[in-house]
Design a protein around this ligand. Structure first.
Ligand code: AMP
Length: 525
């Protein structure tokens, strides 16, 4: 299958060539023709599969004719986090270089006034997080009556973050005969329910991870005590040929303290978590991408979905509480044909969590024993008494960090149910439901004072791509007339999920003992 067979316009084919893509990924091959034919889509695909281009490319063609009216965006893309919204905006800039579409990015942490100005000029593509969108909608700054194309991206993440009621509300404000594209890495019942309610006769597409036969992730679990974790991590960082690593923690406090500790031991470490403002998160991510630091300590919400390539290692400093986070975390390595290693630290209190991970992934993760009686082994089972993590490593290049008072180390208060894990400040603020007149100043208003210097946070008028109107290609599939499209039907035959494909590679028993779920497609090194 070639891009030229998908029905995209010549201008878009040029953008695709300019981006260096030779062949469409499976999700692109299946989704692009259907989106061009105005069908609703359910795409079960994770980040890394090329899913963003699978909706951005055809959207540019679908929207190439027509004009946006003030406050009435013609299409809407909902993203769970600011980072993902910014990434999608970057994709529009990249692929839309030869088109003439205008775009606005509505995310928290960016001056609201600029966003409102952009909306007032009229936009073809509105990329938003649900909180900020609802807020502006509540203020009467946006009308969604003319929004005929809706993309709900990372739906399962939206569910985790408690956005489903917002999304339902947003769906009711759009025209009933719009086109809706829903993407999700998994299909838990609430997402299925959402799809049944708001999609019409959708085409169901499910793809496994990209280039799965090339994807190599050697997975290990390492038994540790909670006090021995830092020493085990330092040992592995020094001995396992780590070039770049993301270290995931379950709590923001741990992220902060661990990054500080690693730095004090001379590691080039940075951090990314939900308490950081947007510009700091992006700055830190850029330092990681440009190699100024090679270790990024991260929380799930801040790191999920980010397209960071070439990570040699993922460390789960804490076993994730939710098994699907495990899949997302280790997916940061072994990408784009590269090999990678994932280590999961398992302390006694993680017994249930690792059990759940192994249930989801379908087999026991092989245990990794740190060699000899060196610091790693000692750290894995440190002697009782002083916390192992406070001992300077043998090759410590910097003085050890002062020991934090116990109460500050891992406050239990941070261990909250999933939807609450990251407080509102991390998520986009959800508007209050009170009538406008009663509303007090909201978090979003406070955010308006933040100064954002990242290019992805530029207000829409600055990122509006230049250009040439896309010409419809003669080969483009014909769109079904909207009026003919059946609405609100149950998912039809081709929408029935196919059984998960068997893993294309079965790991050997050295690194993986059980069956491998199709969506994970791991293999041993
Ligand atoms: P996504 O799943 O949308 O996050 O995309 C993951 C990465 O794949 C991004 O860096 C894209 O630039 C890249 N990509 C998307 N489509 C293709 C393609 N057809 N060929 C090669 N790389 C692609």
């Amino acid at each position: 299958m070639k891009f030229a067979d998908l029905g995209l316009s010549d201008e878009l084919l040029k953008s695709v060539t300019d981006a260096g893509y030779e062949t469409p990924t499976p999700i692109q091959a299946q989704a692009i023709p259907s989106v061009l034919m105005m069908r609703d889509i359910i795409g079960i695909a994770q980040t890394g599969t090329g899913k963003t281009a699978s909706f951005v490319l055809p959207m540019i063609d679908v929207l190439s004719h027509g004009r946006a009216r003030a406050r009435m965006p013609r299409s809407l893309i909902l993203e769970p986090t600011r980072e993902l919204a910014a990434q999608v905006a970057e994709n529009f800039e990249k692929y839309g270089a030869n088109s003439k579409l205008s775009m606005a990015l509505l995310i928290g942490g960016v001056q609201m006034g600029d966003q409102v100005k952009a909306l007032e000029k009229g936009v073809d593509v509105l990329i938003a997080t649900p909180g900020r969108l609802m807020d502006l909608f509540g203020r009467g700054k946006i009308l969604l009556n003319d929004c005929n194309l809706l993309v709900i991206d990372e739906a399962d993440r939206m569910l985790d973050m408690g956005f489903i009621p917002d999304i339902e509300e947003i769906c009711t404000k759009l025209p009933a005969n719009r086109q809706t594209l829903l993407f999700s890495a998994t299909m838990p019942p609430p997402i299925k329910k959402l799809a049944d309610k708001f999609l019409s006769n959708p085409k169901y597409i499910e793809v496994s991870r990209p280039a799965s036969s090339n994807l190599n992730i050697a997975q290990h679990k390492v038994k540790v005590t909670s006090r021995g974790k830092r020493d085990v991590l330092r040992t592995l960082l020094k001995t396992d040929n780590v070039t770049t690593a993301i270290v995931f923690c379950n709590r923001k406090t741990t992220v902060r303290e661990l990054a500080k500790s690693l730095k004090s031991y001379g590691f080039m470490a940075g951090e990314i978590h939900g308490d950081m403002d947007q510009s700091s998160r992006i700055a830190e991510l850029n330092r990681f991408k440009d190699g100024s630091i090679n270790i990024l300590v991260a929380s799930d919400v801040a790191a999920r979905g980010l397209d960071v390539k070439g990570v040699s290692h993922v460390f789960n400093f804490d076993t994730p509480w939710h098994p699907d986070d495990y899949v997302h975390r280790i997916g940061r390595t072994g990408r784009a044909g590269a090999t990678g290693r994932a280590f999961t630290f398992v302390a006694p209190e993680d017994a249930e969590a690792i059990d759940n991970v192994e249930k989801l992934t379908g087999g026991k993760i092989p245990e990794y024993t740190l060699g000899g009686s060196g610091d790693g082994a000692a750290a894995a089972e440190p002697a009782s008494g002083d916390s192992e993590r406070e001992k300077p490593a043998r090759s410590a290049r910097a003085p050890r960090e002062p020991r934090a008072p116990r109460a500050e180390r891992e406050p239990r208060a941070e261990r909250e149910p999933r939807a609450e894990r990251e407080p509102r400040a991390e998520r986009e603020p959800r508007p209050e439901r009170a009538p406008r007149a009663e509303r007090a100043p909201r978090a979003a208003d406070v955010e308006a004072d933040l100064v954002i210097d990242s290019p992805v946070d530029r207000p829409m008028e600055n990122i509006e791509p230049e250009l040439v109107t896309a010409q419809a290609s003669a080969e483009r599939p014909r769109r079904a007339p909207r009026a003919d499209r059946p609405r609100r039907d149950a998912i039809i035959a081709d929408a029935v999920p196919a059984p998960r494909p068997a893993a294309s590679m079965v790991a050997d028993t050295e690194t993986w003992n059980g069956p491998v779920p199709g969506f994970l497609n791991v293999s041993a090194l």
